[in-house]
Design a protein around this ligand. Structure first.
Ligand code: PLP
Length: 462
């Protein structure tokens, strides 16, 4: 499989090149040159396979330049860190299924992709004899999953900036108790926006960037999307045959459009999906897009589901490419319009095409708490506030579709104790993995809100 850019100027690059390039050099996003198909017979042949085998089967179709044995080993290594043999177990709550994606080391779905990406980076860099220094800013979740993805990996160092005292206690512990020599936590005296500004400034110094081989680990890397395609297949394979009807619906708590995009690839490949439902919180640009063709950027509001408090869905461009019938010039024009005017307008024809694959819902803060409460009382199951947006959406759409819903559960409730406590008046059970962090040694470097000081720190530690 070769890769090309959504903006048309990059073509014919290999999987490994695409992984190292991250963002395409023409400013677009990298996508496979064709979509491999999987038939119903192929699917049935996967029925009794474990997660790692399904991952190997799916990923092999997209990876042309890594030895099969090596790919198998990278996959096996990546999912050893999960605390259940099913990796992503499907839980049947009668009205809907939950796909628990939070069994990795930081208890959020980003582990599924970042555990794999860390191993992949180590392998590809080792082969080329190169180094990579990852710089990133986090408001909590992505930073810890990225740190756990690359801790102890050869050839990679990671510098993660977080706003000092402004991430949750558990998120802070998850980051700062990682003592591997290649991990640097920088607590910046400022806000998350200040952290992001510093990172942007560092990356815009191209000499500095090249001299110190800086890279990022954000959600636009193709390997992250690829690792996420796998669990849509594995979820389907775990459903009861009698309940499958012809097809199933997925509902996905969405921010960057990364997770649900993987579902779109699974659907294009032939997984029998009726609708992919985008579940948003009050930051509902993607809901307005699906319902009214109105993709216009508004201010970000804070909600109980902070990892979805996003207005610029960085993976959306990949979907646009398919919506525009692979017209790279049109993608480029639309993205430029978005940057200038802060909106993209869609025609009725285009919306019709969107509705063949997608539906959407939006859930406000009070509905989030309400659904956590009602599912707890009816089923004895505690949802995290991100997953709650998905479940709320599934319940709202229950009468519109015959097909059963699989709701992707993106975080363990213990990561968001405050919201859960507000909803059900008690704390979720804190898993061992988190409990243990409270007694661990920490390492963190305090930084002033100053680009030059952070740059100097990086120079001294790469
Ligand atoms: C990142 C994240 C999301 C949103 O995923 P996208 O791929 O950005 O759509 C949802 N829930 C949790 C818990 C997350 O960490």
């Amino acid at each position: 499989m070769k890769y090309k850019s959504t903006r048309g100027l990059i073509k014919g690059i290999s999987f490994k090149e695409a992984v190292l390039m991250g963002l395409a050099d023409d400013g677009g996003l990298l996508i496979p040159e064709s979509i491999p198909s999987i038939t119903q017979d192929d699917l049935m042949a996967l029925k009794d396979k474990n997660y790692q085998d399904v991952a190997f089967y799916i990923m092999s179709k997209f990876v042309g330049d890594i030895d099969k044995e090596v790919l198998k080993r990278l996959i096996d290594e990546s999912y050893k860190t999960f605390d259940t043999s099913k990796i992503v177990p499907l839980v049947d709550l009668d009205d809907f299924y939950l796909l628990e994606l939070f069994h990795g080391p930081t208890l959020a779905f980003k582990d599924v992709a970042l555990q794999f990406l860390g191993n992949l980076f180590e392998y590809v860099l080792g082969e080329k004899g190169e180094n990579l220094n990852i710089i990133g800013a986090t408001s909590g979740d992505t930073g810890s999953a990225a740190i756990y993805g690359v801790r102890g990996k050869k050839g990679v160092k990671i510098f993660i900036l977080h706003p000092k005292g402004r991430v949750s206690k558990i998120q802070e512990l998850q980051m700062t108790t990682v003592l591997d020599e290649n991990v640097f936590n920088l607590a910046v005296d400022g806000t998350f926006d200040d952290c992001q500004y510093i990172v942007k400034e560092i990356f815009s110094d191209l000499d500095f960037k090249r001299k110190y081989s800086l890279g990022s680990i954000n959600s636009i890397n193709w390997a992250r999307v690829l690792a996420q395609i796998v669990y849509y297949f594995y979820a389907y394979l775990q459903t009861k045959e009698s309940e499958r009807l012809d097809k199933i619906n997925f509902i996905v708590p969405t921010g960057n459009f990364g997770n649900i995009l993987a579902g779109f690839y699974a659907k294009m490949m032939g997984l029998p999906v009726n609708k992919l439902v985008i579940a948003t919180n009050e930051n509902n640009i993607l809901h307005r897009f699906v319902q009214y063709g109105d993709y216009s950027i508004k201010g970000v509001v804070q909600t109980y589901s902070p990892s979805m408090d996003i207005q610029i869905a960085s993976n959306f461009e990949r979907y646009l490419f398919y919506l525009y019938d692979e017209d790279a010039d049109k993608v480029k024009a639309s993205m430029e319009n978005l940057r200038r005017e802060r909106f993209i307008k869609f025609s009725t024809e285009e919306l019709k095409k969107v509705h063949q694959d997608f539906d959407s819902t939006t859930t406000d803060n009070s509905e989030t708490l309400k659904v956590i409460n009602s599912v707890y009382h009816k089923k004895g199951y505690i949802l995290d506030p991100h997953t709650a947006c998905g479940v709320d959406g599934a319940l709202k759409l229950k009468d519109k579709y015959e097909e059963k819903f699989i709701c992707l559960s993106t975080a363990h409730p213990a990561k968001f104790i405050d919201a859960v406590k507000k909803a059900i008046n008690k704390e979720p059970v804190i898993p061992d993995r988190i409990q243990k962090l409270f007694d661990k040694e920490k390492r963190v470097y305090d930084m002033p809100n100053d680009v030059s000081v952070v740059k100097k720190f990086i120079e001294q530690h790469v």
